[in-house]
Design a binder for this molecule. Structure first.
Ligand code: NAD
Length: 399
């Protein structure tokens, strides 16, 4: 690992390069420009750049209408962003954040080029949500130690969490400098190990997966599962509403990639029900049909408001979520405090899962998982070794 003089802090005077002007890149560009940075936003197509400019203008207009910023401020934020088809314009910035489509070969090609043309001190960050940072960094033959993952959540202007993911080769000073930068943008930064799904996309899998499983085996319909998680669990949205909101194609792809990356561990097995929705083009809100129908005359979901069934559903999904959070501590993905912070700030959970575990008692969660494993005979329900260890003493995550 590199040591030596600290890297220069990135200030508001530092320009920021963003590559990929889609949903994430345009949001990150607007965020950086809102904090005074000059931003070079690059994309391969002029259509994407026009769309990004339109989206940023619309968002700024909305902020002016809500009285959050003055019209002059909105104009200067937009004025600080240069929309360009020339990638090399980004390479002169002291930090470049890549947000092109989720394709390893494409990202590697881009990082190879950036590594060749950027100055030796330029930090190269990737917003990948499911690829390994190490595999992207490996394309940089000149200087791998400047590469790290910088995972914003959608929409980047609104969601406060950023996961910072050093690869095995990342210089710790690059982590510190980048952390200071995004903290200055009002973000909560957590550091995660370069493991599949990082923190949030790994731990959140059972929120969707177990809900789908409960539905598939006929224990309850979608509306009832959503109702249970909202009304009994306190989640802002139920799993099916959320999958439709995210897009079943995107949500399925993340599940599939986490499953593959964990060498097909049954705990992460994706759902055929969701696969069929994707194959049928029922992607969610964006196609007006997903788990639910969003056409104007569609009847609203009608949950069966059965308290006993609702509690059973909630406890089963929560036990699976807590198991993932505990196992993430066990596998040193991040600290318990950062894991809880990530789930609250990144996906709006009503409470940190480890704090929840402390309150309910790990023994109760372990009993739930063991009874599920016994009933189903599936490894999917196996409890983390750390949970078993901690219940012997018994121990808590937080005092
Ligand atoms: N959408 C999300 O919810 C979300 C959340 C977190 C992270 N991410 C990650 O962020 C990245 C971008 O996702 P998105 O949803 O913004 O995608 P998107 O499809 O909305 O945008 C991707 C953009 O990249 C551009 N592009 C493709 N190849 C390029 C190249 N060689 N050079 C420059 N631009 C190129 C495309 O024209 C497009 O405008 C992905 O890695 C994704 O996994 C997405």
């Amino acid at each position: 690992m590199t040591t030596g003089a600290p890297l220069a802090l990135l200030t508001n005077e530092s320009s920021v390069g963003v590559i990929g002007a889609g949903a994430m890149g345009s949001g990150i560009a607007q965020l950086a420009a809102s904090y005074g940075h000059n931003v070079a936003l690059a994309d391969i197509t002029s259509t994407a750049l026009q769309r990004a400019r339109g989206a940023i203008e619309k968002n700024l207009k909305g902020q002016v209408e809500k009285g959050r910023i003055e019209e002059a401020q909105a104009r200067s934020i937009l004025g600080r962003i240069t929309f360009t088809e020339e990638i090399n314009t980004c390479a002169i910035c002291p930090i470049v954040i890549e947000a092109v489509i989720e394709d390893l070969a494409l990202k590697q090609e881009l990082f190879k080029r950036l590594d060749e043309v950027a100055s030796a001190d330029t930090i190269l960050a990737t917003n990948t949500s499911s690829l390994s940072v190490a595999s992207i960094a490996s394309a940089c033959k000149k200087k791998q130690s400047r590469v790290l993952g910088l995972h914003f959540f959608n929409p980047p202007m609104v969601l406060p969490l950023v996961e910072i993911i050093p690869s095995l080769s990342t210089d710790p000073r690059v982590v510190d400098t980048t952390k200071a930068l995004v903290t200055g943008w009002g973000k909560t930064a957590v550091v995660a190990r370069d493991l599949p799904g990082f923190i949030v996309n790994r731990i959140a899998r059972p929120f969707y997966g177990e809900a789908l499983r409960i539905f598939e085996e006929g224990m309850a319909d979608r509306a009832t599962i959503d109702w249970a998680m909202r009304e009994i669990g306190g989640f802002k949205m139920g799993p099916f509403e959320l999958m439709d909101f995210i897009g079943n194609d995107i949500n399925y792809k993340v599940s599939e990639s986490v499953f593959e990356a964990f060498y097909y561990d049954p705990r992460y097995r994706p759902s055929i029900t969701q696969k069929r929705l994707v194959e049928s083009g029922r992607l969610g809100r964006k196609t007006l049909q997903g788990h639910y129908c969003y056409k104007p005359d569609a009847p609203g979901p009608a949950p069966k408001q059965d308290e006993t069934l609702g509690k059973e559903i909630f406890m089963r999904i929560l036990a699976m979520l807590i198991n993932e959070a505990v196992d993430a501590v066990f596998m040193q993905v991040a600290s318990p405090a950062d894991i809880d912070l990530a789930m609250v700030k990144g996906v709006n959970y009503p409470k940190g899962l480890l704090k929840w575990a402390d309150e309910i008692g790990l023994k109760k969660i372990l009993n739930k998982l063991e009874s599920l494993q016994e009933e189903y005979g599936e490894d999917r329900y196996r409890a983390s070794a750390l949970m078993k260890r901690m219940t012997k003493k018994p121990q808590k995550f937080f005092s």
